[in-house]
Ligand binder design. Structure first.
Ligand SMILES: [Zn+2]
Length: 220
């Protein structure tokens, strides 16, 4: 039987990391049941808003349900999966690693509206490193579910600290929040910056300054 993309990825996470092995059929049933609940809820919202059932809206409840489960759900702990492969690399100990301009996309938990931006992650290894592409995957995984920007940076920092035990980690997020653009104050230009620091970056202003100066320097 052909399995959808989300089934494969949820199964991978669930089977590898959560102890009990979920069977293929059980995963499929679970996903179907969750999507059905979301689909009905979205249909109810549209009805309450007195939207007429036109062609464009006909499959909207299904599309939203697919999107919520496939793109936003935290089923199977996606963050943990991205940190499962850590390399031992003594030679890099003490040298700064900065991965910059990682695309960020998440949904704010206050309004269920998207916020998007970029993330810069710096850390100083102490014998353990993470493959570079994993940082982008980590940001994508951390952004799943409904979040707030303030907590997202801390979540990424803490996950890296736990997996790599580096000398320090610095996570900077710059994001534009749709909930500030399409509703409320309707300010299309505001951006929110947050930084989450640990270890040497929290304790030593010079270490922080090195990252900030690299971020200011010209791009490739
Ligand atoms: Zn919001």
């Amino acid at each position: 039987m052909v399995r959808s993309r989300e089934e494969v990825s949820i199964a991978r996470r669930t089977m590898g990391l959560n102890g009990a092995k979920a069977t293929r059929a059980a995963i499929k049933r679970d996903i179907k049941a969750r999507k059905s609940v979301i689909e009905q809820a979205v249909a109810t919202i549209l009805e309450a808003m007195d939207e007429e059932l036109r062609d464009g809206l006909e499959n909207t409840p299904k599309r939203v349900a697919d999107m919520y489960i496939d793109e936003f759900s935290v089923l199977g702990d996606p963050l943990k999966d991205e940190l499962s492969t850590v390399f031992t690399e003594e030679a890099s100990s003490g040298s700064l690693v900065l991965v910059r301009d990682i695309t960020l996309a998440s949904m704010c938990e206050h309004h269920m509206l998207p916020y998007t931006g970029i993330v810069h992650i710096a850390y100083i290894p102490q014998g353990k490193v993470l493959g570079l592409s994993k940082f982008a995957r980590l940001v994508k995984a951390a952004g799943r579910g409904f979040t707030i920007q303030e907590r997202l940076g801390i979540k990424i920092r803490d996950a890296l600290d736990a997996a790599l035990k580096p000398l320090g980690t610095m996570v900077i997020l710059e994001a534009a929040h749709t909930c500030m653009i399409v509703r409320g104050v309707m300010d299309p230009n505001s951006k929110t910056t947050t930084s989450s620091l640990s270890g040497i970056f929290r304790d030593d202003p010079a270490a922080r300054a090195e990252v900030l100066s690299l971020l200011r320097s010209s791009r490739l």
